[in-house]
Design a protein. Structure first.
Length: 444
């Protein structure tokens, strides 16, 4: 995976080494602003970043490929020998997965020799950007659904098989209860569930026979898709099977009205414990509208809109240099471009809570300053120290539970899918003073 990066990371890396620019530097990965329809974002993707940094090396084929590229024609062999023996040796701090965060708060903070910190930018950004997008969208879906369960049905609409697995993982962290993706279940420990497609019903001699055969094959796990031909007739036929009927699924039509009529059919036949599952291009707004209409839906299967984060498909996280050592002296770094200015210095981000544990504000301060109050706890925790992972990853079920707890502790004004408030992230006086000094030094 070491070459899963942009060419310019390697060209900069070579130039750094050519001019002996190997002193420590600190980069922060963060989001400049919230997407339009997000009150907060959810941290996700840290586990994959840990795996990447732990295993990152250049093998002989990687080095031969780079040597053959014309851009490296004038680079000395010393660079390639350095790559051959290289292993990540830096420090990393990060926001644990499942924790909500806000603009300009570092999701990851990297402290490493400059050329090392530069190399890893692309992979960290692509991993964090995607999983945060999906986890944050899933949190909104779960909020809209309230006490109704939601399942990830999005693998077939994800941007590739790997994206399907990562979407299942991130959406589970964000609030889904299960996924349809078997590989995600195997690799990540996520509960896996599913029904059947319209093709199964169409492949059988009749709908009655399709239902009978499916139930015979899975007597304890039967959820029948009843809208292949006529939804209400399908509901009646579903009640005719002998034995347990765990659920029926609606995938088309007026879901609110059909769910009410199907509920009446099921209850009239003594199937009051049979759940109604709905799917079909659902998102948080459609789910909220269905529930507002009094839909008798017990669970939602959510796919395309969630795994592509369709209303905001690209998060736009950035990875910026905030401090560097020059001749052993630490120098804060700051970008001044209009609309893209950054906050300088090695920072910590603190979250303050009130007496009942509800979040009140976040504060950005230089790490050397310490906590702004006794009630403040740090968002960034140690992940790597001197190239070794020092963080114990919780299992994904614990991460999901943390996400639910942390979201519930946010101000109530943020816990809605529309008309939400703005959470205060305050810039400490130390950071503000540093910004003024740096601007003065460059004549701005």
């Amino acid at each position: 995976m070491v070459l899963a990066t942009d060419l310019y990371q390697l060209t900069m890396m070579a130039a750094y080494l050519e001019f002996e620019m190997s002193e420590p530097a600190t980069f922060e990965l963060f989001v400049r602003r919230l997407p339009r329809h997000r009150a907060f974002l959810v941290s996700a993707g840290l586990e994959q970043c840990i795996q990447y940094l732990s295993e990152l090396t250049f093998d002989g084929d990687d080095i031969d490929f780079l040597r053959a590229h014309e851009v490296f024609a004038n680079i000395s062999g010393r660079f390639f020998e350095r790559l051959r023996a290289w292993k990540f040796s830096g420090n990393v701090a990060g926001i644990p997965e499942g924790v909500p965060f806000f603009p300009n708060e570092a999701i990851l903070q990297i402290r490493a020799p400059l050329f090392e910190a530069q190399l890893i930018e692309t992979y960290l950004l692509s991993t964090i950007n995607y999983q945060v997008s999906v986890a944050s969208k899933a949190a909104r879906v779960a909020m809209a659904a309230g006490d109704r369960t939601c399942v990830d049905f999005g693998s077939r609409r994800a941007h590739g098989p790997q994206a399907g697995v990562y979407a299942a993982r991130a959406s589970y962290i964000g609030g889904m209860v299960a996924t349809s993706n078997l590989l995600a279940g195997k690799l990540c420990g996520i509960p896996v569930t599913g029904t059947a497609a319209h093709a199964f019903t169409m492949a059988c001699p009749s709908e009655d026979e399709a239902f009978r055969r499916y139930h015979a094959a899975f007597p304890d796990h039967t959820t029948l898709l009843i809208d292949t031909y006529d939804t209400l007739r399908g509901a009646v036929r579903a009640t005719h099977i002998s034995g347990e009927l765990k659920g029926v699924r609606l995938d088309s039509g007026d879901l609110a009205q059909l769910s009410k009529e199907v509920r009446l059919i099921l209850d009239a036949e003594g199937r009051d414990s049979t759940r109604i599952v709905a799917s079909g291009d659902l998102n948080e707004y459609k789910i909220r509208a269905l529930l507002d209409e009094g839909a008798k839906i017990d669970a939602f299967g959510v796919g395309t809109e969630m795994v592509t984060s369709k209303d905001h498909p690209a998060l736009g996280g950035v990875y910026k240099l905030v401090s560097k050592q020059v001749a052993g002296v630490e120098q804060a770094a700051m970008k001044l471009s209009p609309g893209k200015a950054t906050y300088p210095g090695i920072k910590q981000f603190w979250r303050e809570r009130d007496d009942v544990g509800r979040c009140v504000r976040d504060v950005m301060q230089l790490a050397s300053t310490g906590a702004p109050s006794p009630r403040a706890t740090p968002l960034l925790v140690p992940i790597f120290e001197r190239g070794e992972c020092v963080y114990s990853l919780p299992d994904i079920t614990a991460t999901r539970a943390r996400c639910q707890t942390e979201i519930a502790s946010l101000p109530e004004s943020l816990l809605t899918i529309e008309g939400f408030g703005e959470y205060p992230v305050e810039v400490g006086a130390d950071v503000s003073e540093l910004m003024v000094r740096l601007r003065a030094e460059v004549g701005e």
